[in-house]
Every structure is written in C-alpha cells, then in structure tokens.
Ligand binder design. Structure first.
Ligand code: PLP
Length: 424
C-alpha cells in the first residue's frame, strides 16, 4: 500500500490534470459533484484523441504500415485494459458501445443456457444494465429469474443470494458497487461461495467500482466483468472481460464474415479508434498516478502499477468519505437523511457516493437549489438503480458522488451550500 503522506502530496496536484474541474468548456465556474454519472475527462485522454486518434487508419491489418499501426494500437489498448483488470490475456477484452450494450450482447450469447428448469439470479442492488438483459433474454428463453433482496442496511443480502442458488442456477449477475448508495460488494468471497454452491457463470458489473478500487478478475474468480471508459476519466466506451475458458460454444450476435475467435467475435463493425485513443490516454494517466504514489514500483509491470494507483485512490477516497460523514453528522438536521453506509467504522465498504434526501424538497428541487445557490452539480432521479429507489418507496434520490480529484475543499463548498438550503 502506498504511503498515505505520499498519496496526499500527489493527489493535491492531480486535479490540474482535469480541464473541467472548476469550470465547464465555456469557462463558466461550477463544482461537479456528479462523477458517479460520468467522471471528468483527464487531459491525456483529450490529448490522445487528437494526437493518436487522428493518425489511425479506419481498418486494422497486417500488410500496409498505416493498417499495421492501427492493428498494433488496438492490441496495445486491449493489453492495457487486460493489465488494468488483471486479466490473463488481451484476447479476454472486447470493446463495445457501452456496458449496457456489452451485457445485452453477453446475455444473447449465453441464451442457450436459459432453458425451462434452469434459473438465473440478479440483484436488487444492481443498475438496470445488469438486470434487464438477464430478465428479458433469460426469461424469454424459459429460465426462472430470481431476485436477491437488500439487507436492512441496504447492502446486498449475501445469505439471500446464496439461498437462491442450486444445481440448476446457470448465471449470477451482480454489481461490484452500487452507483446510488456507494456500497461495495465483497466480490472475492461471494463469488467463491457462489461457485461452491452452484455451477453458475458469474457476471460482474464493475462500472461504479472501477474508478474507486483495484479490480483483479482472477482474484475475484468471475467469468465476465464489464465497465465503462467514461467512469474512469476517459471516453464513452464499454469494456467486457470474458474468461477464455468459458468462451467456447458462446454465440454473440455477429455477422457471418466476422472472425469467430475471441475477442473479435464480440465486436460489431469497425472499432471506434477515437474512443480507444481516449481510453489509452486515461489508462496511461492511471499508470502515472501509480508511479507517482509508489516510485519504488515505477518500472514494475503495468498490472502492478495500476494496482498501486487504485489502492492509493481507494485510500484517499476513504478519507473523503470520512470527512463527508463527519460534516453531515455535524449538521444534525432532522430534515436530512443519508441512505446507505453511514458508520465511519465501515468506510472501507463504500465509495464516496452518497444518496441523500431533504424532507420537503423533491430531488429535482434540491438539485436546482444546489445549482442556483452554489453552482454545484449533483444528481437526482433513480440513477437506473431503480430497484433500490423503489425499495425505499421513493420517486428518486439525490446523489453526491466524488472522485479522487475532489478534496475536503470541494466538500466544504458543498456543505456550506447544503446548510444554506436547509436553513432558508
Ligand atoms: C453501476 C452501473 N452499471 C452500468 C451502467 C451503464 O453503463 P453504460 O452507460 O456504459 O451502459 C452505469 C452507468 O451509469 C452504472 O453506474
């Protein structure tokens, strides 16, 4: 684990790498506290779109130099994503329009598993991107869909999940972290228990987890894992890890002339080179963070450097969460309610993503007040984690979501504005 003092001195400077940190593209001042909906883009992502993207050939190939450069470039990006996730091979990484599109294609590819008599398990903590594909395609093929409920503290009820498994469970789809409550799911332990109790394939939605904690697909033991470039400081693109050993016999949607082997069988049409260039820029930024917080590992393989970077992010963000919880408690207003983990002793089980409510103000009114009084952007609505919101019998919730470029100063501005809203 990198030294906390080094982490602090490095992180204090990192926000300068994000052109949108304090002002929008027109130079208008604002504070962005909606990174859960999409993080700010890092300068090296924007730079790579111009510098690398512009020079790429649409078609990759082996014979002419521009085609060959494009081929090498695409392979390099696959390798970087594989290193980011701890995957064994770049052939386990495919590129998609979005995580939602990747998971729909995956559900289609697995359709022969979903027969009458078989069942699959989804969870109430998930974003609908990891529920709807399984419910629509799984159920239409005749499989039973089982839903895992939330525990009293709104975390995933692991006992309920395990009780829903049997030898006919063909798939479990679960999230790495809730994008509305910030709750982290203990994936490694849970996946191991799932695998002991059933033959199910495990699909992880890591979209919300990816910017906040290291991910290691082999340690987790999942079969598939998806996440999105625009949550890790890059562009809009979906990434899917598919374990090589489970790819035989899968039938993703593809045109007949597309290559049959992984990862190409997962991809439709020409790859989006500009998005890939931006993704490469974002991942290289994370490597820079890893080298800065752990200089002793600076020449280590990329996998280790990514891990150091995300360990440092996690450590730093835990302090942000503690600061948030402390200041929230000090307000002490009976009108204010936080949903999700509020115990500082459990801060390692959450990301700095907070679901809030102020009695007497609808989520859209509160969002508007933050904008009008403080030029602060927060989120309202169901955040596509609609089951959580329905479970609480709400029409929506406000969400304040931070990333490692934020600091206590961002939170001071937020809390000053919150106090002003509550008292006026
Ligand atoms: C947890 C989670 N899963 C899935 C998605 C969907 O990702 P995409 O927009 O790439 O389809 C999101 C987007 O907000 C998300 O937060």
């Amino acid at each position: 684990m990198p030294d906390p003092d080094v982490i602090y001195s490095v992180f204090q400077k990192l926000r300068n790498r994000f052109p949108g940190f304090s002002a929008d593209s027109k130079g208008e001042r604002r504070l962005y506290l909606n990174s859960g909906a999409g993080s700010l883009m890092v300068d090296s992502c924007l730079g790579a779109i111009n510098s690398e993207g512009a020079g790429l050939n649409p078609m990759p190939g082996q014979i002419t130099p521009p085609e060959n450069r494009t081929w090498q470039f695409q392979q390099q990006v696959r390798q970087l994503v594989a290193d980011f996730l701890g995957a064994g091979s770049p052939d386990e990484i495919s590129f998609h329009f979005s995580t939602t599109a990747a998971l729909f294609n995956l559900a289609f590819a697995l359709r022969s598993l979903f027969k009458p008599g078989k069942n699959l398990v989804v969870t109430d903590l998930d974003h609908f991107a990891n529920i709807s594909p399984w419910e629509t395609i799984g159920a239409s093929q005749g499989a039973e869909v089982r839903r895992v409920r939330l525990a009293r503290d709104l975390s995933l009820d692991a006992a309920d999940l395990l009780s829903k498994l049997d030898h006919n469970t063909v798939l479990v789809a679960l999230t790495g972290a809730s994008n509305v409550l910030g709750t982290i799911v203990p994936l490694t332990d849970l996946v191991s228990e799932i695998k002991q109790k059933s033959p199910a394939l495990v699909v992880v939605d890591a979209v919300h987890l990816a910017p906040h904690a290291p991910i290691d697909v082999r340690e987790i033991g999942c079969d598939f894992l998806a996440f999105s470039g625009y949550k890790i400081f890059g562009p809009m693109i979906g990434l899917l890890y598919s374990r090589l050993q489970v790819q035989d016999g899968l039938a993703p949607y593809r045109v007949e002339t597309n290559k049959e082997q992984a990862p190409f069988c997962w991809e439709q049409g020409m790859l989006p080179n500009l998005q890939l260039a931006g993704l490469k820029g974002a991942l290289e930024y994370l490597l820079e963070v890893g080298r800065a917080v752990s200089p002793a590992d600076s020449s280590a393989p990329a996998r280790k450097v990514f891990r150091r970077a995300l360990e440092a992010v996690k450590r730093y963000e835990q302090d942000l969460s503690l600061y948030f919880l402390e200041r929230l408690k000090k307000i002490g207003s009976p009108r204010l309610k936080l949903y999700g983990i509020d115990n500082p002793g459990r801060v390692t089980s959450r990301t700095p993503t907070f679901a809030l409510e102020i009695a007497g103000l609808s989520p859209s009114e509160l969002k508007r007040s933050f904008w009008e009084k403080g030029r602060i952007i927060i989120a309202d609505g169901n955040h596509y984690s609609a089951v959580v919101v329905r479970h609480l019998q709400k029409s929506g919730l406000n969400r304040v979501s931070l990333a490692h470029y934020d600091g206590p100063d961002s939170l001071d501005l937020f809390f000053d504005c919150l106090e002003n809203i509550i008292t006026h």
